[in-house]
Design a protein around this ligand. Structure first.
Ligand SMILES: Nc1ncnc2c1ncn2[C@@H]1O[C@H](COP(=O)(O)OP(=O)(O)OP(=O)(O)O)[C@@H](O)[C@H]1O
Ligand SMILES: [Mg+2]
Length: 427
């Protein structure tokens, strides 16, 4: 029945010539469909319109695909199988390399890459010929400005609608990843170097400790002990050979007394070097003052000590840390700086205390980590152990400055630990 055929093919809304009103086909009586020739025309017109819409949809899809292709985050190109030349590429490839389209189209695939990557590229092509695809080959693309771009290339053998074969090549820019990997590698190498240095340092610290013990033992045995033995002999000789006159007795006793005073000073010096008791009894400022006056007596150097007001009582470990840092920094000034003036400055700061030792000496370019000395690393380590910060600034010809900041516990914590007191009034 012709009507039935019409009903089968007219799929959607059928337009009647009744103004612009649209009526669904289901609501039109079948008899009207058969009898009204206008209906047939309308159906034909609808079919054309359907084709047109399909074409429009196809065009829109093609444009969408084109946009996706051109602006994809990765670089695309189609490369001929026989001559390995680019026949098509997207805008991303042009933007990334800086070439114009006519500089890329027709170019050989290997010519797009750094010559150093030729072997890797040849291997990738072998694989794509054998397996139909090759993935994630790390290469470098040449840019128009001569720089190289780190990329990862994936290739697949594809066939177009005209049965031509191409290599579809996709490059992904891996510069950021490479940079991150390089940074990671550098950090790892640095870490390994630091670990090796740390091991060497631990060895040096042990040696230094042994040397120090040997020195104290030698001083006690060879020096103090010998001098005591000599004094014993002096006293014995006084006993066995009593001087004839009181004057001679006084003279010989005077010599023994002077030697005893000297010995006492030296033993005191030795004990002070091991641990200055003045630090425990009188505090940081008194200990610094005593150390500085000792140093000035021995060296022709002017050292000024400035202690700020309101320096809080210090727990013993903080006082010991600051004292030892000042001592090591001053030792360095004496040993290396050839300075005329030195300033030791102690100041309370928010939540802590700051100590600096600055000199106007020869300065230096900064310690190398592997330098043989233990002074600077020792200072750093001491400060680290009490949770503080260490800074050393120096420039050749401009003097040096060691600054440390150490946090102080809340008020009252000092008393609990048996604090030492820096007397601000004496500053
Ligand atoms: N105030 C300074 N002026 C000039 N150079 C300095 C000063 N302080 C340190 N240096 C330089 O830094 C190097 C490292 O110092 P560090 O205290 O670590 O070792 P050291 O003094 O050589 O040996 P150690 O302290 O173990 O006896 C010194 O050898 C010196 O070259
Ligand atoms: Mg030193």
């Amino acid at each position: 029945m012709p009507g039935a055929a019409l009903v089968l093919h007219a799929r959607y809304v059928v337009r009647r010539r009744l103004g612009t009103r649209e009526i669904p086909r289901s609501r039109i009586p079948p008899a009207a469909l058969h009898s009204d020739p206008g209906m047939v025309k309308t159906r034909e017109a609808d079919t054309d319109q359907r084709r047109l819409r399909s074409l429009q949809a196809l065009e829109a899809a093609r444009a969408r695909y084109e946009n996706l292709y051109q602006d994809a985050p990765d670089m695309f190109a189609s490369v001929t199988v026989d001559s390995e030349r680019v026949v098509q590429c997207n805008a991303t490839l042009l933007r990334a390399t800086g070439f114009r389209r006519n500089e890329v189209i027709g170019r050989r695939l290997d010519d797009l890459h750094d010559a150093g990557c030729a072997a890797d590229l040849a291997r990738a092509l072998d694989r794509v010929r054998a397996d139909g695809r090759a993935g994630d080959v790390e290469l470098r693309l040449r840019r128009q400005d001569g720089k190289l771009l780190d990329v990862s290339l994936s290739m697949a053998l594809i066939r177009d609608e005209r049965q031509n074969y191409y290599y579809r090549s996709i490059w992904r820019d891996v510069t950021d990843r490479k940079r991150a990997e390089d940074a990671l590698r550098r950090k790892q190498a640095e870490l390994e170097r630091s670990q090796a240095e740390l091991q060497a340092l631990a060895g040096r610290l042990l040696t230094a400790q042994d040397d120090e013990r040997r020195r104290i033992s030698r001083e006690l045995h060879d020096d103090v002990n010998q001098r005591l033995a000599m004094l014993t002999l002096d006293v014995e000789s006084l006993q066995t050979r009593v001087p004839r006159s009181p004057r001679e007795t006084a003279e010989r006793l005077g010599v023994i007394r002077d030697r005893l005073v000297e010995l006492s000073d030296d033993v005191h010096g030795l004990a002070y070097g091991l641990h200055p008791s003045v630090l425990d009894h009188l505090g940081l400022e008194a200990a610094l003052r005593s150390h500085i006056s000792d140093l000035q007596r021995r060296e022709s150097i002017r050292i000024e000590l400035r202690v700020g007001d309101h320096v809080k009582p210090l727990v013993p470990e903080v006082a010991a840390c600051l004292y030892r840092v000042a001592q090591a920094a001053l030792r360095n000034v004496v040993k290396h700086a050839r300075a005329r003036r030195v300033t030791v400055d102690v100041k309370p700061t928010a939540g802590g205390i700051r100590l600096s030792v600055s000199d106007d000496g020869v300065g230096f370019a900064g310690p190398t980590r592997s330098s043989a000395g233990l002074g600077i690393v020792g200072m750093q380590e001491r400060v680290r152990l009490v949770g503080g910060r260490f800074e050393l600034t120096s420039q050749v010809g401009e003097g040096s400055c060691v600054t440390v900041w150490v946090p102080l516990p809340e008020d009252g914590a000092g008393e609990k630990h048996g604090e030492t007191t820096a007397d601000p009034a004496g500053g």
